[in-house]
Design a protein around this ligand. Sequence first.
Ligand code: HEC
Ligand code: HEC
Length: 229
Amino acid sequence: MKHFVLIASLMATGSALATDGDAILEQRCAGCHALSGPAAQSVPELWKRKGPDLFYAGSKYKDNWLEKWLVKPRRIRPAGYHYVQHIKPGKKRDMVDMSTLTPHPVLSAEDAEDVAEALMKRKAPADLITKGDFKGGSISASFGEMVFSTFNGCMACHEIEPNFGGLSGPEVYTAAKRMQEDYLVSYIRNPQAWNPKTPMPNKHTAEQNIQKIVRYLQALAKENWDEKK
Ligand code: HEC
Ligand code: HEC
């Protein structure tokens, strides 16, 4: 309650908003991102969202990644959030129409800290995520690639290193840097449980292969490709 009064009074005076993460989210982020659930239940509703849902951010992102990215956002989805809006026909295959992609808003370090803190408080419903779902362990990059690409066909839509892999989904070579492992397990197991209208298919990946894929994503993230770019 105290918190609400604070936000309300800040809004009334129109000053010092930048010190409150929730107020920044409402003012500068809500136009593109859903800050409260549920996920879109229809395709038109999904298309109204210009960026990924943030209402379960605290169960999805790694805190330190989130804060850094908000200060220095770099593209995660080569063809934007709704990739069909950014694809044009090319000579051999479809290409990303870069002119239709806009840079992400940037936050100051101070605002990013406040916003990351406010986002990390937004947790997913308990039935969607299980602490300790990812069992750990390691995998060789070559075997991991086989499980990811050959057995499960994930590379058709995801880049496993810059400029190598499909373009319609988010790059996965930074996935384990960006996201909590338990989230990755749950998401790969059933993407539609998180977002009923997501274009990411449920590949009905065997439970042991989900574990292997997340180990592989961890191995990829160690390469720090994003920092080399
Ligand atoms: C003009 C629309 C727009 C606004 C405003 C906007 N975003 Fe985004 N946001 C996007 C899009 C589009 C993406 C996907 C970017 C990508 O994949 O490269 C994104 C991605 C993100 C991501 C990474 C999500 C993920 O799972 O990949 C975070 C975190 C984020 N935004 C937070 C914020 C915050 C915090 C604000 C307010 C300060 C904000 N955004 C304002 C459009 C927007
Ligand atoms: C037909 C294309 C397609 C295939 C095949 C596919 N994905 Fe995806 N994937 C997507 C798209 C599109 C998204 C983004 C969905 C969204 O934001 O709603 C996504 C999201 C993800 C995410 C969340 C990433 C993030 O940054 O938020 C992970 C992890 C993932 N996919 C892993 C996999 C794995 C593992 C496989 C193979 C079992 C796979 N994908 C197969 C299209 C695909």
